[in-house]
Design a protein. Structure first.
Length: 435
C-alpha cells in the first residue's frame, strides 16, 4: 500500500493488528463451539475470551517468534498462549492454519467490499446530481472521436450512472460470493473437528459455511471478487478518459476544478492539466492488473498449496485500497467538475450543421429518393463544408437533386437541434426511475 493513494479506513482493514484481532476472534469463537460440544472445558473458552478480547497484540513479538518457527499462525498462537496461559492448549484444536487464514481473508474482503459499495454510492450521487443539472445541456456526441450527432451532457453523465449502478450490483454479488468461512481441518474432511464449529464461527463472523472446502476455500470465489474490482476500475477509467478529452484545449467543454494556489506545470505557469483523471487512469490499470494473479490462484495443487498466499498478501490490500482511493477521487472530481455549455455549443456549431446529415438522409428517403441516392446527395454537399468551403444548408438548397424532394422550409426543418432531445426524459426515467 502506497500512502499517497491510501485512505485510513480501508488501510485499517489490512493492518497487522486488525488481522490478529480477526484471527483471535476466529479461534475464540471456535473454542466457544468446541466447549458447547463438550470437546473442551467451558471455563477454558471463557478464559480465552477474558484474557485476550481487549489485548493489543505485540506485533514485534509475533514477528520474533515467526523468525524462528517460519510459520505465521504458529507464531500467533504461541504469542496468544503467552497471554492466555495454560488454557491456550485448547485453542486451535482440530483446526488447520487455512481455517484461520482463509476465514480471516474473507472477513477482510467483505469489510473492504462494504467500503467500496459506499464509495460507489458517493460516485452515483455525484453523477445523478450533475446529470440532472445538465439534463438538457446540448453537446456533441462523438464516434471514433469525430463529431456524430447531438447529445446532452446530462446523457453523458447518465451513461456513467447506469454503468456504476451495474458496478454496484456486481460488487454486492462478489461480496456475497466471497463471504464464506471454512473451519474444516486438514484437507477439509472435518475428521478432527465437528462441522457445527464451522457453522458457529461463520455466523459469529458474518459469513456462511463453505459448502465444501479442501484445505482452503476455493479460489474461484476470490478470482471473481478481484475481477469485479477490475471491471469497476475499467468504468473509472472510461469516465476519466471522457473528462480528459473534454479538457483538451481544442475542446474545453469541461475541466477539473483548479483550486486557488494550484500549479499545473513546473515550467509553464499557464497550464491547467487534467491531473486527477490522468491519475485515475493509471490507478485503474493497477487494479485491473491485480485480477490476473487472483485468477491464476484458482489452480492449486490437490487439497492445498501456498502458491496463492504470497500473491494474496499483496493483491488483497493493494487492489481494495487503490480502488477505494480512486472511487473517492472520482466522486470529488464529478462534484466539482467545471462545465462550459457555451463551448459545447461552439463545438456543436463547428461543422456548420453537418451533424444533422442523418436527418437530411432520412427526409429524402421519406420523400421518395432511394437510400443510395439520398446518401450521395447529402454526402456531396457535406464534403465541401468539411473542407471549410461553404455552408451545409445553403449548399443543400442549391442542389437540384435535393430540391426535387425537399423545399427550403423542409430542409431548414432538419436543422432543429431540439429534435435530438425529444426522448431525453424517457432515457432519464429508465436510468434514474421517476425521481
Amino acid at each position: 500500500m502506497i500512502p499517497r493513494y491510501t485512505r485510513p479506513e480501508m488501510a485499517s482493514i489490512w493492518e497487522p493488528q486488525t488481522r490478529f484481532k480477526i484471527w483471535f476472534e476466529i479461534e475464540a469463537h471456535a473454542a466457544d463451539a468446541q466447549a458447547e460440544l463438550g470437546v473442551i472445558p467451558k471455563e477454558a473458552a471463557k478464559t480465552i475470551w477474558a484474557k485476550a478480547r481487549d489485548v493489543t497484540f505485540d506485533i514485534a513479538r509475533i514477528d520474533e517468534i515467526e523468525r524462528e518457527t517460519k510459520h505465521d499462525v504458529i507464531a500467533f498462537t504461541t504469542h496468544l498462549a503467552e497471554i492466555v496461559g495454560p488454557e491456550a492448549r485448547f485453542v486451535h484444536q482440530g483446526m488447520t492454519s487455512s481455517d484461520v487464514l482463509d476465514t480471516c481473508l474473507n472477513v477482510q474482503l467483505t469489510r473492504a467490499a462494504d467500503l467500496l459499495i459506499s464509495d460507489i454510492d458517493k460516485v452515483l450521487a455525484a453523477l445523478k446530481k450533475r446529470a440532472f443539472e445538465h439534463k438538457m445541456t446540448p453537446t456533441i456526441g462523438r464516434s471514433h472521436g469525430i463529431h456524430a450527432e447531438p447529445v446532452t451532457f446530462g446523457l453523458k453523465l447518465a451513461y456513467a450512472y447506469a454503468e456504476f449502478s451495474r458496478a454496484r450490483e456486481r460488487l454486492v454479488a462478489a461480496r456475497k460470493e466471497v463471504a464464506t468461512c471454512a473451519i474444516s481441518g486438514a484437507v477439509g474432511t472435518f475428521a478432527q473437528i465437528d462441522p457445527r464449529v464451522e457453522e458457529h464461527v461463520a455466523k459469529a463472523m458474518g459469513l456462511v459455511p463453505e459448502p465444501i472446502s479442501t484445505q482452503v476455500i476455493p479460489r474461484d470465489r476470490h478470482a471473481m471478487y478481484f475481477a469485479t474490482l477490475g471491471v469497476i476500475a475499467s468504468s473509472v477509467e472510461r469516465l476519466s478518459i471522457e473528462i480528459r478529452h473534454m479538457q483538451r484545449t481544442e475542446v474545453l467543454e469541461a475541466e477539473e476544478f483548479f483550486s486557488e494556489g494550484q500549479k499545473g506545470s513546473s515550467a509553464m505557469p499557464h497550464k491547467r492539466n487534467p491531473v486527477l483523471s490522468e491519475n485515475l487512469t493509471g490507478l485503474s490499470r493497477m487494479v485491473r492488473a491485480y485480477a490476473m494473479p487472483a485468477m491464476e490462484n484458482v489452480a492449486l495443487w490437490h487439497e492445498r498449496d501456498i502458491s496463492h498466499s504470497s500473491a494474496e498478501r499483496m493483491i488483497g490490500p493493494d487492489a481494495t485500497v487503490t480502488l477505494d482511493f480512486a472511487l473517492m477521487r472520482l466522486a470529488g472530481l464529478i462534484e466539482k467538475l467545471l462545465v462550459y455549455p457555451a463551448n459545447m455549443q461552439k463545438n456543436l456549431d463547428r461543422l456548420g450543421g453537418l451533424v444533422h446529415s442523418q436527418r437530411l438522409l432520412i427526409a429524402l428517403t421519406q420523400k421518395g429518393a432511394s437510400r443510395e441516392d439520398a446518401y450521395k446527395y447529402v454526402q456531396r454537399n457535406a464534403m465541401p463544408v468539411w473542407r471549410g468551403e461553404g455552408d451545409f444548408q445553403t449548399l443543400l438548397k442549391k442542389d437540384p437533386d435535393v430540391k426535387k424532394h425537399l423545399s427550403d422550409a423542409e430542409i431548414e426543418e432538419q436543422f432543429d437541434l431540439g429534435y435530438h432531445f425529444k426522448h431525453v426524459d424517457t432515457i432519464f426515467k429508465r436510468v434514474f426511475g421517476e425521481s
